[in-house]
Design a binder for this molecule. Structure first.
Ligand code: ADP
Length: 496
């Protein structure tokens, strides 16, 4: 089976959030399951830097808005997955992936119509003959629409069925209806049953309408998005497609996220610490020396030192690593943390995004100079040191398709405190703490419960060991995805 993935970001080439983790890891996990897998991403500026030696696979003329644009498709070095980068500097050689300073690039409609069309054209030019074209989020939503219309009878794509994965329904890629001309899609497709969303063109809806199969990244989110509360205006369509909609929970790349091999940390820990804490728990005597395995304790001390916080091993150190967006409930996090600060807790936040939330977080830090540090920006190394150093990871999302932050935290022995929504509801129990409702009082109650548990070394050590003992690897998700691909069967040309 040949599967082509298309995504707008993927580790290690370009990343703004969890989509990149998934687009980097899922294709690898599928390849390990024997699926012949390729991945297309745009050649963003960061990707070009990460790329190293690459060779041009093909030069490609891509139709865009009545003209033809010529781009190159680069092929990244060898690996289990063939990674192709669509290189068109005018669109992708930019500091940001989707925008800068909290503002979207004004030509995102053109950029991602182009990318979608380029992926389809590259599949033909490179004779990839995919059985499945697997598209991720709105940036690739037009691909299923192209396959169902302009390329419906194209023999080079004759076998291709399409899968569309929703990583976040809140980002929809909605553009003025004049964008139809940019896409080159037949005008007749602009109707409320198809591409139109309240008078505009929705790239996300294109994916949801035309794909043969839809997945999303956790079972709870798959149910939630079929309700008015979480459906972002598309719940009706998703209910209509309920038979084709599956929740497949994301995994974590256990090689990339591994405290026993993480070079960003002062001292590796993991397997050995894990064995120690398991052994202690089994014998019923959790020794103080193992309470915070030596590597984890070193990470905590180093972070406190680096950020200028008092170096106290007994301080309840809470952390968040996040996009600063209303979704992530940073306002709830700050409100929940505040009462604990007077009792000696510390809070570190790394995030970037909405300038108003950045200012709010920095103002909060300024009010609590002895106990709170906010770092604005996107910093993989600091993120890793925070995951490792903290006792608890605070993630009070208002909605959360899957969430990787809480999985990484658990892998690093940091107990998550989160809200009962989406993938958080599916993964945080039984060792983490869940706020029953998405409001400041409930999040504060969950965090206070965590703080109380932390004050009992024995209780905390069991929680931490429980978190670290869980296997968040990709194998189950890749197996399930493979089953879903198999269910799609072979396509009969001309019958989408
Ligand atoms: P989302 O995809 O909604 O942003 P996830 O929890 O699924 O949230 O994934 C977030 C990913 O991005 C994680 O790998 C997290 O460590 C990373 N991340 C988020 N913000 C930052 C940041 N400011 N610096 C470094 N990594 C970050």
């Amino acid at each position: 089976m040949r599967v082509v993935h298309a995504a707008s970001e993927a580790v290690p080439f370009a990343k703004t959030g969890g989509l990149a983790d998934v687009a980097g890891a899922l294709p690898k996990a599928l390849a390990a399951q024997g699926v012949q897998t390729s991945l297309f991403i745009p050649c963003h500026r960061s990707a070009r830097r990460a790329l190293g030696p690459a060779r041009q696979a093909v030069r490609l003329p891509v139709p865009l808005g009545g003209a033809t644009v010529e781009c190159a498709v680069l092929r990244a070095g060898e690996g289990a997955v063939d990674v192709y980068l669509v290189d068109y500097p005018a669109f992708f050689d930019r500091p940001g992936l989707y925008g800068e300073d909290g503002k979207d690039y004004p030509d995102n409609a053109e950029r991602f119509a182009f990318f979608a069309r380029a992926v389809v054209e590259a599949c033909r030019a490179l004779s990839l003959a995919p059985d499945v074209l697997h598209c991720h989020d709105w940036q690739t939503g037009l691909i299923p629409a192209y396959l169902s219309t302009l390329y419906r009878d194209d023999l080079a794509l004759a076998r291709a069925r399409t899968v569309f994965t929703i990583h976040n329904l809140a980002y929809q890629g909605v553009f003025p209806k004049e964008t139809m001309a940019v896409t080159g899609l037949p005008a007749a497709e602009f109707s409320p049953e198809l591409l139109e969303y309240w008078g505009k063109l929705s790239y996300l809806k294109a994916g949801l309408v035309y794909a043969d199969l839809i997945t999303t990244v956790s079972e709870t989110y798959a149910r939630e998005i079929q309700t008015a509360e979480f459906g972002c205006g598309l719940d009706g369509l998703l209910r209509k497609r309920t038979a084709d909609l599956h929740g497949v929970r994301n995994g974590l790349d256990l090689e990339l996220w591994d405290p026993s091999r993480d070079e960003s940390l002062p001292k590796p820990y993991g397997a050995a610490d894990r064995a120690l804490s398991r052994g202690s728990a089994a014998s019923g005597s959790v020794g103080a020396a193992f309470e915070v395995g030596p590597g984890k304790a070193a990470a905590k001390a180093a972070l406190q030192e680096a950020l200028g916080l008092e170096r106290r091993p007994d301080a309840f150190l809470v952390g968040s690593v996040t996009r600063l967006d209303a979704q992530k409930g940073v306002d709830l996090a700050l409100a929940a943390v505040e009462p604990l600060l007077a009792r000696g807790a510390q809070y570190v936040l790394l995030g970037s995004g909405d300038p108003a939330l950045e200012r709010a977080a920095e103002a909060f830090a300024a009010r609590h100079p002895g106990a709170v540090r906010v770092t604005r920006g996107f910093d993989d190394g600091l993120a890793r040191r925070i995951y490792a150093a903290c006792d608890a990871f605070l993630m009070p999302s208002r909605f959360e398709p899957c969430g990787l932050g809480q999985l990484i935290a658990m892998r690093y022995g940091t107990v998550p405190v989160a809200t009962r929504t989406g993938g958080l509801a599916d993964t945080v129990p039984p060792y983490g703490f869940l706020a029953q409702r998405v409001d400041a009082a409930s999040v504060a109650a969950a965090l206070a419960e965590a703080a109380a548990a932390f004050s009992d070394a024995r209780v905390w050590s069991k929680r931490r060991a429980g978190c670290m003992g869980l296997d968040w690897g990709w194998v189950p998700a890749a197996r399930r995805m493979r089953e879903l691909y198999d269910l799609l069967g072979v396509r009969v040309v001309g019958r989408r």
